[in-house]
Design a protein around this ligand. Structure first.
Ligand code: GDP
Ligand code: IMO
Ligand code: MG
Length: 429
């Protein structure tokens, strides 16, 4: 029995939260390793709906959950989410939630900067979640970050604040904004410190201990491979590495910990925010996908852009992230379509490509080459076994496997936790 790493294989919102929640009961620990509260996961358990952003999805099943050092942590967002979930009856105490002492903090100045930049960018904006994710990662790499462990040393924070504020004040001046209100920042940090510190630990030790004891770890990725800062549709990406390889650096567990890499793949494609999207549909079909799939962002409420399944992009994601098998989600959304299309390549001028080119100008010119398949009139919604799927839906799944060169391990057929078909147990592989 090994570990499992769940990652999104498209532009996020593939249904990672539902699958992590389903797998969590088989895991001993659930661990986030990158991103922050830009993520938004909806979990449906019976008549209860849970919306998570920063907390690992394992928290709902009471599985010990870890926020690793690769995550950027907004203390106030953490408190609000913990309180919201406690209000829904979820138990969140230091024995089930552990936070790495080395997580960099997202501060109000990061949120300000994210918004200022987006507002100043006009049509060129990235369409970020405005949560301060990019600026917080910049400060981490720039060695200016305030980290969780600093909250226990607030009396010694001044030299760090000097560096941080000197940097931000210069940027803020460029936007005609006043300097950082340093005293207020110190007050706010002092107020929130004890709450965050109550969950803070050297989690690398807990994870090492779990490894020594042969415990099963479920790594929970946020966003998706096409939003990866190296491998995604740069610059329309998030500011972290979303690929499975980040599990090692984002937790302190080393490169061999990832185990079975389960790529979560939606049976069609969606994207929220700006950037290239070759199979996007601006027509009635796109509208229908959005309505049937309830494609509105969990975090920002923005309408998600929708289009046909892009096998070229998913094959590329699977390759760069070392995907072992996929969970195909939301196939029920395609129920009732007379025909369905899959993108199998791109035409750029007189060239045909079987991968997505790196340069934005080439990406913008890429015209999808489609393969059309018959749809199915029966329903996949709520199916819990392979035998419940219409024959034509099975053909669709098999064709996807062939095109992306990866086997299907799970199929998800509704938002509900148990409407899931197990084809191959990732933990048993
Ligand atoms: P995540 O960010 O990858 O966790 O995905 P989100 O939670 O943002 O978006 C996925 C949405 O689809 C959520 O509202 C889920 O409840 C829902 N969902 C997940 N799996 C399925 C499925 O198989 N069928 C349908 N119809 N909805 C699903
Ligand atoms: P989950 O985990 C979909 C997108 C934003 C924007 C870009 C950069 O729910 O799949 P950021 O705020 O990260 O600097 O924004 O990334 N984005 C997501 N899109 N799902 C997400 O998370 C996302 N997190 C960020 O819309 O285009
Ligand atoms: Mg989401």
């Amino acid at each position: 029995m090994g570990n499992v790493t769940v990652i999104g294989a498209q532009w996020g919102d593939e249904g990672k939260g539902k699958i992590v929640d389903w797998l969590a009961s088989r895991a001993d620990m659930v661990v986030r390793f990158q991103g922050g509260h830009n993520a938004g996961h909806t979990l449906v358990v019976g008549d209860k709906v849970y919306k998570l952003s920063l907390l690992p999805s394992g928290i709902v099943t009471g599985t010990p959950s870890v926020i690793g050092n690769g995550v950027v942590l907004d203390p106030w967002a953490l408190k609000a989410e913990v309180e919201k979930l406690r209000g829904q009856g979820v138990r969140i105490e230091p024995d089930v939630l552990m936070i790495a002492e080395t997580c960099p903090l997202i501060l109000p100045i990061h949120r300000d900067l994210d918004a200022m930049r987006e507002d100043a960018s006009g049509a060129g904006k990235i369409g970020t979640t405005r949560r301060g994710i990019g600026p917080a990662y910049e400060d981490k790499v720039g060695r200016r970050a305030i980290r969780v462990c600093d909250l226990a040393h607030l009396g010694e924070l001044d030299p760090q604040l000097d560096r941080l504020c000197a940097h931000h004040d210069a940027l803020r001046a460029g936007f005609n904004e006043p300097p950082v209100d340093r005293e207020r920042l110190k007050r706010d940090l002092a107020e929130i410190a004890d709450f965050v510190l109550s969950f803070a630990r050297p989690v690398w030790r807990d994870l090492d201990e779990a490894k020594q004891r042969g415990r099963r770890i479920l790594f929970e990725g946020a966003q998706g491979v096409l939003l990866d800062v190296d491998h995604g549709t740069y610059p329309f990406v998030t500011s972290s590495n979303t690929v499975a390889g980040t599990t090692g650096s984002g937790t302190g567990m080393g490169p061999s910990a990832a185990g079975f890499v389960l790529g979560i793949v939606k049976a069609y494609t969606t994207r929220v925010g700006s950037g290239p999207f070759p199979t996007e549909l601006d027509d009635e079909t796109g509208q229908r996908l959005g309505e049937r799939g309830h494609e509105f962002g969990t975090v920002t409420g923005r309408k998600r852009r929708c289009g046909w399944f892009d096998a070229v992009l998913v094959r590329q994601s699977a390759a760069v992230s070392g995907v072992t098998g996929i969970a195909l989600t939301k196939i029920d959304v395609l129920d009732g379509f007379a025909t369905v299309k899959i993108c199998t390549g791109y035409r750029i001028g007189d060239q045909t490509l079987d991968y997505f080119p790196a340069h934005a100008a080439d990406q913008a010119r890429a015209v999808p080459v489609y393969e059309e398949m018959e749809g199915w009139s029966g329903t996949t919604a709520g199916a819990r076994s392979w035998a419940d799927l219409p024959a034509q839906a099975i053909k669709y799944v098999r064709r996807i496997e062939e095109l992306i060169r990866c086997p299907v391990a799970l199929v998800s057929t509704s938002p509900e936790r148990d409407d899931t078909i197990l084809v191959r147990d990732p933990f048993a592989s």
